[in-house]
Design a protein around this ligand. Sequence first.
Ligand code: PMP
Length: 356
Amino acid sequence: MDILIEKAAANELKAKPNGNKLGFGAIFTDHMFVMEYDETQGWHNAKVTKYQNFSLDPAAMTLHYGQAIFEGLKAYRGENDDIFLFRPKDNLARLNTSATRMCMPNINIEDVFQGLQELLRIDQDWIPPRGEGASLYIRPTMIATEGALGVRAADKYLFFIILSPVGAYYAEGFNPVNIFVTDKYVRAVPGGVGNAKTAGNYAASIMAAVEAEEAGFTQVLWLDAVHRKYIEEVGTMNIFFVIGDEVVTPPLSGSILPGITRDSVLQIARDLGYTVNERLITIDEVFKASEEGLLKEVFGTGTAAIISPVGSLNYKGDTCSVNNGQIGTLAQRLFDDLQDIQYGQKKESYSWVTKL
Ligand code: PMP
């Protein structure tokens, strides 16, 4: 694909942030990748250009009917300043799954991967050195830009990739987080869009998150919308339990996001010799296992935090403490292994890592 390169002028380049004060998602690099879609030309006008505002028709359909999808992946700076990407094409493939569900056009994965690499080469000085969670977060996004009112699939779209140097996702860093299990709100319903990474899913989740935060919790754990008892996932993470000798995570039912970290953890845990099951699990089973002393670990998995140990779960006013609020053995092992793979410091046989 032909990609026009329009670099920002020297006097437009921004100051780079202080390495240990990155936070999450507040700082953006100098450039972005953009391309447009319409029905006659398909994807066209691909370019790497300076990070700048868009001009949008106030009737742009994304603003009204929510055709908006995105992805989240990271670039890591390893030893010798080598830059690594973790399963990037899996994220682009998931973007296409989301696009299909939302009646948006698919992207050509190879073309977009080429655009992403061009962008990363230009902004590579923004990739922070390895530190707690320090990496470059990559946000590919697609929105409907056709200006028209009336609910239907738009015929014009914009795809872009922006980059943000980040540190740890949670204020707690890798320390265990306390989670609120909501039985008041649901995130997704069978037949809905829960397995698409579409903006509306996140909008729908905010009220539960606000209430959980006001009550002193870091994240919300969602239960299934029909029975309100089967565990689904956390705000931006999939969830795992170690009960006795079994590692359990809810199956990909259609209402949870098929996490790439989830899939990686499944493979690593199986290769470490654990008994790993993707099966239905109720919140009552988790509390019962805790009472019986069988609940060894709970942790979330996602690109932002990689592995996030859970220290306690609160459900209907009862609290179950997990592993005395300490980081579990498997969570620690997975965090170390995944990070070492992502920063190119551990050889892996999965072919997950691509060097820029
Ligand atoms: N569930 C939801 C709702 C998410 O937003 C995310 C983050 N993308 C995840 C799970 C974890 O997915 P991944 O491991 O691919 O980041």
